[in-house]
Write a protein that binds this ligand. Structure first.
Ligand code: PXL
Length: 290
């Protein structure tokens, strides 16, 4: 065995670069992506977009440091070292410059066997999060164009397609039009999360709808609506989807697996850890414990 030879190749595992914030307390972003993807025997490398004391949902007075310059310095080092990634998974980014950085990674740092999952984190409940601008939402379309898979929630899907949430959920064929427009951006596969059609509302349900470009096949995963203030559900779903796809899963079945994993974590939050509003207790799900 020759440990002297300095090589960064990993012929055994896939290597994914997770570009997301590091919220020290409150489970979301990197603190969710790292364990969930690692548990699938994938090498995870992190590029933090910001350092926060907590995430921004439900906390006040949090500390935040945006790391755009550090990201550039880290990439410059990796470029000199020739470090490459098989996958790129982007989430919460701070400003349009960080979208440029993600596009640069997509162009320069991926192997031929590349895979890109973009979770276009920017809003919920029909609105952009306070830190995000209309310009950011517009530029996010460019990043989605570079992606193989995107995982917008219904609000983000609306911002990406110039539709309203009602036009997607309520209007006849709205979901199909939304998928067409998402695919017109350039990505090949998409999952819209947090969907509530009128029928689902009546039955108090919420779900995930996934589709691939050029196919009428849909995966629809529907669960009972949980009326609780839970954070990080989208991150748990996108991380598990990234884990499944990176380790060779087919798209539509992987959506089902990721949805069920998230649902199990939500139920655990509600039934076992009712104080867990700040993030999902997904840990016990990692190894299939009941
Ligand atoms: O879960 C999305 C997310 C990620 N990162 C930070 C957030 C949020 C949602 O509020 O605040 C810092």
């Amino acid at each position: 065995m020759n440990f002297d030879k300095k090589t960064y190749e990993n012929p055994i595992q896939k290597r994914v670069l997770a570009v997301n914030d590091l919220s020290c307390f409150g489970k979301c972003s990197l603190t969710v992506a790292f364990p969930i993807i690692s548990a699938e025997d994938v090498e995870v490398v992190t590029l933090p977009t910001a350092l926060l004391s907590t995430h921004t949902g439900g906390f006040e007075g949090y500390h935040v440091r945006v790391l755009t310059e550090d990201m550039r310095a880290i990439l410059a080092h990796w470029r000199r070292e020739g470090i490459k990634f098989d996958g790129l998974y982007t989430g919460y980014m701070c400003g349009t410059e960080q979208i440029d950085i993600a596009l640069e990674i997509a162009a320069d740092f991926l192997t031929d066997d590349r895979f890109i999952l973009v979770d276009p984190v920017m809003g919920d409940g029909g609105r952009l999060y306070p830190a995000f601008t209309a310009e950011y939402a517009r530029r996010m379309r460019e990043l989605c164009a570079a992606a193989d898979v995107i995982t917008p929630n219904i609000t983000e899907a609306a911002f990406l397609t110039d539709m309203t949430v009602d036009e997607i959920e309520i209007a006849d064929g709205g979901i199909d039009i939304c998928f067409e427009r998402l695919f017109a951006l350039g990505c090949r596969k998409a999952v819209i999360t947090g969907v509530q059609t009128p029928e689902m509302r009546v039955k108090s349900q919420i779900g995930y709808v996934g589709a691939e470009q050029g196919s009428d096949a849909r995966v629809v995963e529907v669960y009972p609506y949980v009326d609780a203030f839970l954070h990080g559900c989208g991150d748990v779903f996108a991380s598990k989807l990234c884990a499944c796809l990176t380790s060779g899963g087919e798209f539509l079945p992987s959506v089902s697996v990721a949805a069920q994993f998230t649902e199990n974590s939500i139920l655990r939050a509600v039934d076992v850890h009712p104080a867990h509003w700040y993030g999902l207790p997904f840990e016990a799900e990692l190894y299939g414990e009941s």
